[in-house]
Design a binder for this molecule. Structure first.
Ligand SMILES: NC(=O)c1ccc[n+]([C@@H]2O[C@H](COP(=O)([O-])OP(=O)(O)OC[C@H]3O[C@@H](n4cnc5c(N)ncnc54)[C@H](OP(=O)(O)O)[C@@H]3O)[C@@H](O)[C@H]2O)c1
Length: 287
């Protein structure tokens, strides 16, 4: 059995996907802005991901902007039937590459149409409403108004399933009172564990939790403990960080981002890495 298959599967909206997927954000240019330095290399990563068994790709039309979705379409369309492409709306890019909120009804509608056009699909499998009430992470406040717009787009058949991103537990509850929420995508990794209670609450309700920055994001995780565990298990620190997430809760779906085919394979191989309890205890201490 391939490593990616050893990690198992979990429900994501109307499908069951493998627990290791791929996050496409790293494919745009520096700062997730503009075209990639090496377009062929970016296309190769996407093709290799699907060839290696990935059936869940996370993206957004504000990566680039537009660039990442256009790369996905060029590399992979016509898409394999079992490929779930998940996008997010709720932000836009300034001319200087800044990340700006974009929750007005017209902006959200435009964002869904931009994703449809650039991905070349008639409906999007899952759209995450990405909340940005604070630049420091999730912040309280009602999400009802933008979520209602997304729910209307779902009723029109443009969006199959809805998720939430960068949200608090209270916002997840508010959202679930309005529509079916199939996944939550928040920052979570070995060193950033604020969402521990939310991960487990969602697991009990069978809702996928998709950590962003699973490897630490723009500054990948570095820890002597992590390196020591990796050495003992003859693995790399990044593989250990991913294996820790897989063992943390059954509803965690991974979307590690990379612009490198070698790193892609390394990350998929984390699916066959089993962490013994004493190593999990050491890793738990990092946060
Ligand atoms: N909802 C949100 O607000 C939000 C925010 C951020 C990200 N996301 C999503 O989450 C996905 C994952 O996040 P991310 O890509 O920002 O961060 P990440 O997966 O935590 O880490 C990506 C970084 O790790 C490096 N890397 C990947 N595999 C590696 C390996 N095996 N060895 C060494 N370095 C490795 C990458 O560099 P190389 O390219 O050199 O491999 C890149 O610098 C994104 O692609 C995006 O889809 C969502």
């Amino acid at each position: 059995m391939q490593s990616i298959d050893q990690a198992g599967t979990f429900k994501l909206g109307g499908r069951t996907v493998k627990r290791i997927g791929y996050g496409a954000m790293q494919l745009a240019g520096p700062g997730v802005f503009g075209p990639p330095r090496d377009r062929e290399a970016a296309l190769a990563v996407l093709r290799e991901a699907v060839a290696a068994g990935v059936d869940h790709i996370d993206t957004s039309d504000f990566y680039g902007p537009h660039v990442t979705n256009q790369l996905i379409r060029e590399a992979l369309a016509p898409y394999p039937r079992d490929l779930a492409i998940v996008t997010k709306i709720g932000a836009r890019r300034g001319e200087d590459g800044s990340w700006l909120p974009a929750y007005e009804a017209g902006q959200l509608e435009q964002a869904v149409h931009d994703n449809l056009r650039n991905l070349g699909v008639a409906a999007i499998e899952v759209v995450n409403l990405r909340i940005m009430f604070s630049i420091h992470g999730p912040a309280e406040g009602s999400i009802a108004a933008p979520l209602k717009v997304l729910a209307d787009l779902q009723r029109q058949g443009l969006v199959r399933h809805i998720g939430l991103s960068n949200v608090t537990a209270a916002q997840v509850e508010e959202g679930r009172d309005m529509v079916e929420i199939v996944c939550v995508q928040n920052q979570y990794n070995l060193a950033h564990r604020d969402d521990d209670p939310l991960v487990h609450a969602l697991a009990e309700d069978g809702i996928a939790y998709v950590p962003f920055f699973p490897l630490g994001g723009f500054s990948p995780l570095q820890s002597a403990t992590l390196s020591d565990v990796a050495t003992r298990l003859t693995a790399t620190p990044m593989q250990v960080a991913l294996a820790w997430l897989l063992q943390r809760a059954p509803n965690i779906l991974l979307i590690p981002g990379t612009s490198s085919v070698a790193h892609l394979h390394e990350n998929l191989e984390a699916g066959s890495l089993v962490l013994p309890p004493e190593e999990v205890a050491a890793l738990d201490g990092i946060a």
